[in-house]
Design a protein. Sequence first.
Length: 168
Amino acid sequence: MLSKSMTQLLNKQINLEFYSSNLYLQMRSWCDANSLVGCARFLQQHADEEIQHMHRLFNYVNEAGSMALIGAIDEPKSDFKNIQEVFKITYKHECLITKEINKLVKAASEEADFSTFNFLQWYVAEQHEEEHLFNSIIDIIKMIGIEGKGLYFIDKEIGAIADKRAIE
Ligand code: OFO
């Protein structure tokens, strides 16, 4: 059985995962509008993953005897300077998610709610991967550069990352 405060915290995280999905979906739209098909593929894939993260939490809250609640979801940013800014924002956003997951883990530990503590370990591992993934994309963009044909090669590289992840 979840405590009232733990239920509220997990519901807040459900909302944040929804927001993450919408943010990446909106970025996908920006990439489509700017003919960056590889980046669009990657961001769509990531938007779908965030929905899976949301469902995992949603099911856990309901299975644990509480009720998952969907609140209002903030409107995501839709205008970006360039692809570098898009991925800088994704990295910053994932760092924020990590902080939120850590707060949840801390709260579960303080309440001695070991079921939730155990459930959250999947998110701890996932955040480590997410930060690494987005940080490595920022490095790729920096290395290739967005000038001239750079954008074409960046798009190809990021599309290839999406394709590789799709078959893993
Ligand atoms: Fe990209 O992170 Fe969800 O949890």
